[in-house]
Design a protein around this ligand. Structure first.
Ligand SMILES: [Zn+2]
Ligand SMILES: [Zn+2]
Length: 394
C-alpha cells in the first residue's frame, strides 16, 4: 500500500547485511505488515523464526504464554474448542478436530505452494507495483478458470443450509474442483488447511471449515478460488442460512450493503480509473447504510498468481498506486460490518473477526479490464443461487 522503494530497506533475515529486494513475506503482506528479504534463500533460511512473528502480531503474549489448555472433547461427538481461553469477540467458536487434509491427484496441475505452503512465484517474478497485462490467450485462460470457479461456488451455495457443517461445504468444494480438473487454490496457500474459506456471522474472512453446524439465522460467506490451466479465478458471496436470516433486518442490511458496494465499485472499472478510487465509492455507499468498511484486507491482482499487484483497498482516502489498463485482472471484495471496522485474528492465525462481534458480509468478483470498461469474469449465471433479497418488513 505504501510506495516506498524497497531498495532503501534492510533485509529482515537474521544477521543478514544485505539490502532488501522487493521480496516480501506473503503472510505479513496479508495481515498488513511489511517485511522484506534480500532473497528467496534468505527468506527460507529465516522462515521458522520469522513465522513466529505472525503469531506475535496477532497477540503479543502468545509466544510468552502459549495456550496449553484445550477444552475437553465432548464425549458424544469428540468435538472440542482448541483455544478455550481466547477472548472471543462474539458467540462463534471453532469446533475441532478439523477433518483430515484432503488430497489432490498428481494429474491435476498444482500451484507452487501446494507442497511447502510458500507461494514462491508471487514473490520472485513480479515487482510489487508492476501489474501484469494479459494477452488474448491468457485472457481466455482467465475466462475459463473464472467460469469454473463460479460453477463451484454455486454448487457449494446450494448445500449451505441449516444442519450442515462448514467442513461439509469444504468437501463439496474440494470434490467439485477435482471434477473440473482444478486445484482448490486456498489449500496450503501460506499453510491454509482447507480448500475453501467459510466465514459465518462475525467472521470477516479466512474462516476455516470445521465441525460447526450451520444454524437457521446465520449468514455465511463462501470464498472459492480455483487454479486451472495455469490461472487462478477467485470469487465469493454471502448467503442467508434459513428463513430466520432472511427475516433479520440487520443481517439483510449488511449482506445487501456489501453486495451493492461491490456493484457500485464495478460500475467505475475502466481504463484510467485509479485503484484508490474504488474505496471512495464503497465507503460512501456503506456509510449511507450505517455500515463500516474493513480496512485490513484488500482486493488484489490475480492471474498466474493468486495474489499480486495491484492492491485494491476498499476504504475511502486510501493511497493505492496506479490505474487500470486493458488486460489487467484484479478482484474487488469489500468486507462490510454492522459495527466496528476493527478486526482481530483467532489463534488459528487465519480466522478474522470484528473486535465487537458484529456481523460482516462480503462479495467478490474477479474482473478483467477491457478497452472500454470491464468484464466480470466470475459473473452470476441465470440459475446461480443467492442474489439480492428485499428488506424484511418490521
Ligand atoms: Zn476470494
Ligand atoms: Zn480474493
Amino acid at each position: 500500500m505504501t510506495a516506498e522503494t524497497p531498495a532503501a530497506r534492510k533485509c529482515m533475515g537474521k544477521d543478514c547485511p544485505n539490502d532488501a529486494s522487493s521480496l516480501q513475506c506473503p503472510t505479513c503482506q496479508k495481515i498488513g505488515k511489511e517485511s522484506y528479504f534480500c532473497s528467496q534463500d534468505c527468506f527460507k533460511r529465516n522462515w521458522s523464526e520469522h513465522k513466529a512473528m505472525h503469531k506475535s502480531q496477532s497477540n503479543p503474549l502468545r509466544n510468552v504464554f502459549p495456550p496449553k489448555v484445550i477444552s475437553k472433547p465432548d464425549p458424544a461427538t469428540g468435538h472440542f474448542n482448541p483455544f478455550p481461553t481466547f477472548p472471543y469477540t462474539g458467540s462463534l467458536r471453532p469446533v475441532y478436530p478439523l477433518s483430515p487434509r484432503r488430497s489432490v491427484p498428481a494429474t491435476i496441475k498444482h500451484p507452487d505452494y501446494a507442497k511447502d505452503g510458500i507461494p514462491h512465484s508471487e514473490q520472485v517474478f513480479v515487482g510489487r507495483n508492476k501489474i501484469t497485462i494479459l494477452d488474448a490467450k491468457q485472457i481466455e485462460g482467465m475466462r475459463k478458470v473464472c467460469r469454473l470457479a463460479r460453477e463451484v461456488l454455486d454448487i457449494a451455495a446450494r448445500e449451505a443450509k441449516p444442519g450442515v457443517t462448514t467442513d461439509y461445504i469444504d468437501e463439496i468444494v474440494h470434490k467439485a474442483c477435482l471434477e473440473r480438473n482444478a486445484y482448490p487454490s486456498p489449500l496450503n496457500y501460506c499453510h491454509f488447511p482447507k480448500s475453501v474459506c467459510t466465514s459465518p456471522n462475525e467472521v470477516i474472512c479466512h474462516g476455516i471449515p470445521d465441525q460447526r453446524v450451520l444454524k437457521d439465522g446465520d449468514i455465511l460467506n463462501i470464498d472459492v478460488t480455483l487454479y486451472h490451466g495455469g490461472f487462478h479465478g477467485d470469487l465469493n458471496e454471502t448467503y442467508y442460512i434459513g428463513d430466520k436470516a432472511l427475516a433479520d433486518p440487520d443481517s439483510v442490511r449488511v449482506v445487501e450493503t456489501a453486495r451493492e458496494c461491490l456493484d457500485e465499485a464495478i460500475k467505475i472499472v475502466k481504463p484510467g480509473t485509479l485503484f484508490r478510487e474504488y474505496g471512495n465509492v464503497i465507503e460512501k455507499h456503506a456509510k449511507g447504510k450505517n455500515c463500516s468498511v474493513i480496512k485490513t484486507y484488500c482486493g488484489h491482482g490475480i492471474n498466474q498468481l493468486f495474489h499480486c499487484a495491484p492492491n485494491v483497498p476498499h476504504y475511502a482516502k486510501n493511497k493505492a498506486v496506479g490505474a487500470a489498463k486493458p488486460g489487467m485482472c484484479f478482484t474487488i471484495e469489500p468486507m462490510i460490518s454492522l459495527g466496528t471496522h476493527r478486526d482481530k485474528t483467532w489463534p488459528d492465525d487465519w480466522t478474522s473477526v470484528t473486535t465487537d462481534g458484529s456481523r460482516t458480509a462480503q462479495f467478490e468478483h474477479t474482473l478483467l479490464v477491457t478497452e472500454d470498461g470491464v468484464e466480470i469474469l466470475t459473473a452470476r449465471l441465470p440459475d446461480s443461487p443467492g442474489g439480492p433479497v428485499p428488506m424484511p418488513s418490521t
